[in-house]
Design a protein around this ligand. Sequence first.
Ligand SMILES: [Fe+2]
Ligand SMILES: [Fe+2]
Length: 287
Amino acid sequence: MENNQPLASLDEWEKDILERYPDPETIATNKATEAFRDYKAEARDTVKEFYRLNHQYQSYDFVLDKKADFLQFNKKEMPIWNAFDFLNELVDDSDPDTDLDQMQHLLQTSEAIRNDGHPDWMVLVGLIHDMGKVLCLFGEPQWAVVGDTFPVGCAWSDKIVFPEFFSDNPDFENDIYSQKYGVYAPNCGLRNVHMSWGHDEYVYHMMKDYLPEEGLYMLRYHSFYAQHREGAYDHLMDEHDHKMFKWVKLFNPYDLYSKNPNQKSWEELQPYYTALVKEYLPETLKF
Ligand SMILES: [Fe+2]
Ligand SMILES: [Fe+2]
């Protein structure tokens, strides 16, 4: 039987992204290649298998089904802090390089944003950007929670990682979905485009009443590397998307590269974040 969960942990996907898009600063000091060499040797096949499953199963119908189900938000209601507790349990000991649990990653991201003096809603985006990973709580497979995202219902760009795996997707031979624009009109704007399903789309919908649009773009498209790094979907974007993607691009390095060894402890940070969450979000969130 097929192993639905090939990654040792969800972080394995994010570490793989770092190999594709290494920190310009660490390349300069030549540390990155050394640090990631072992990981690459061990993780290659699992990451590849992960993308094989992701590209095979993330079809247009699959996305619509998942949206119809999860966007009802009728599964659970809990304070955001319970969701973070759950994320922390996702850490897997078999990961060769598990120095950060999910909460640490979120805090590293939000603290780096705060230290650079960005608006407080962006700090909050840093804190919650991966909260959609609670999809694992509901038994969703890794390939339906994380992974680079891409539009469905139209042709895949060869700028998406491992594009060859799309040949196993049911949409591959579809007369409409395999066309450049598929079900969409040229430059129709991303708000009219269905993205592959995962933690980005889910958290966007969860937060859409509470944050400014710039922050919502960061949440919704933070794993859309084919666009924010490669510019592969300009033909679906409109002027407004391009303006908003400046914010997505601003956010991405905080997600990928903010590793501060002298991170303040949660005890120290807690008062600030408790107040921040209170300012923007309700007592409990629906999942
Ligand atoms: Fe993420
Ligand atoms: Fe992240």
